[in-house]
Design a protein around this ligand. Sequence first.
Ligand code: PGA
Length: 247
Amino acid sequence: MARTKFIAGNWKLNLTIAEGTALVKSLVVPAGVEAAVFPNALAVHAVAQAAAGSKVGVGGQNAHFEEKGAFTGEISTSFLKDAGAKYVILGHSERRQYFGDTDALINKRLKAVLAQGLTPILCIGETLAERDGGKLETVLKTQIEGALAGFTAEQLATLVVAYEPVWAIGTGRTASTAQAQEAHAFVRSVLRNVVGALAEKVRIQYGGSVKADNAKELLGQPDVDGALVGGASLKAADFNAILAAAG
Ligand code: PGA
């Protein structure tokens, strides 16, 4: 099954509006590759406008589960959509680690994302202690089943999953291509149980210190369908090299 490679740049809490709009205009997306950037919420609108008509989509880094109301400080999927977003990252390990995102909370957020017709990127991944403790498969299975509980395969038609080993995020350590492929194949096997035949269509991105020099090899693995890139998505030359490696 040919799956369109999907390269996403997670800018996290970096890049001003001016920096983000300039960067998005300098990206070059090869034919047949899907690309998106995830600016700070305050920059989503400006970056989406700067990217209009280009092949780069824009998304939010998180979203509250309610659309509107008395939720001081939150950002919702309807506001993201209004600002021009097409995607939303859910359950990033930094959300899980610093802001208390649980699988149950991510499940509620996912419902709101799908209700707005936005494409979710569900992040999953184990810590080093979990991997060393032989819990890799249990952790991934629990995160997938928890986030996707209660949805039909039809509802999840646009789902993207990002496998990001926590020990590889921002550390310069990357999973070996064999470790990545093994985890991705396992993720797809869990997805088969949860969403059936749709599992063959779900793009599974790898994330964790993806750089120009390791992207090609990672993206060459049969179950690695793209990348979720943090640090290396902040500079046009670095991100363009990763986009080129996907083409
Ligand atoms: P990194 O971040 O590429 O800087 O390791 C990846 C991510 O957190 O999505």
